[in-house]
Design a protein around this ligand. Structure first.
Ligand SMILES: [Zn+2]
Length: 245
């Protein structure tokens, strides 16, 4: 019996060690664009994770001629043809980039991030990145150069893998809408506080959330202050954690 207990204990410790080593420390990289003389410029990035299109934001971008980089998933592309058509009709405003095929976090060990199950293996990370690029290719858009994974958190090994595929990884410096869960007022306040060189992240796929109103208000405030908007392809983005160099 004692031998059994001892053995059992050793197995338990071994299992704990294995699961602890599997849960890698994740990174949430930042991204800035080069500061510029004058009234300043910012990059607006909007994620289209799945679901629908926030037409409040899309219409405001078109009306105010605000340029944006939209990170789209394969799932979102499939169900939002009308929005894609509007974006493609304004190539001077919109750049479409890769947010993955199925919106699974680019983490190559099995774990949950904000309740979402990670890709879980190197093969699954590759499949997520490549299927996202393939879905974009079908729309006729230029091949994506930037990738942003679901939840914007990564395992360092996944970052290295994605860089090898030729993508830069899009972090951010201002979390504009807190995953689309913030109220309109706080979202507007955060976005309006953007300064020269900032990269803003918010969402364009939650039409029922009040955060979307805040995105529009914040962008109007930035425009009124004289800041200009640039897309990631038109700016020198510098990220940490080996995401751009
Ligand atoms: Zn997303």
């Amino acid at each position: 019996m004692r031998l059994f207990q001892k053995h059992f204990c050793a197995v338990a410790i071994w299992l704990w060690a294995v699961s602890a080593s599997n849960a890698q420390l994740l990174v949430e990289p930042t991204l800035h664009i080069k500061a510029e003389a004058g009234s300043g410029r910012v990059a607006l990035t909007l994620d289209a994770c799945g679901g629908k299109t926030d037409t409040r934001i899309l219409s405001a971008l078109v009306e105010n001629k605000i340029t944006a980089t939209i990170f789209v998933t394969g799932i979102w592309l499939k169900h939002n043809a009308a929005a894609v058509a509007i974006m493609r009709a304004h190539p001077e405003l919109f750049e479409l980039e890769n947010h993955g095929g199925r919106h699974v976090p680019a983490v190559d060990t099995p774990q949950k991030i904000y309740g979402i199950r990670s890709a879980g293996s190197p093969e699954a990370v590759l499949a997520e990145v490549e299927s996202g690029a393939a879905a974009l290719a079908v729309t006729g858009e230029p091949a994506p150069k930037w990738f942003r994974g679901a939840t914007a958190e990564y395992s360092p090994s996944a970052i290295a893998m994605i860089r090898k595929l030729g993508f830069k990884i899009a972090g951010f410096s201002i979390n504009g809408d807190g995953g689309s869960l913030l109220g309109a007022k706080e979202t507007a306040r955060r976005i309006a506080a953007a300064k020269d060189g900032d990269v803003i992240i918010a969402h364009i796929n939650q039409p029922t959330h009040t955060a979307g109103e805040g995105v529009v208000q914040g962008l109007r405030a930035l425009k009124a202050k004289g800041l200009t908007f640039v897309r990631l392809d038109d700016a020198d983005g510098v990220g940490d954690e080996g995401t751009t160099d």
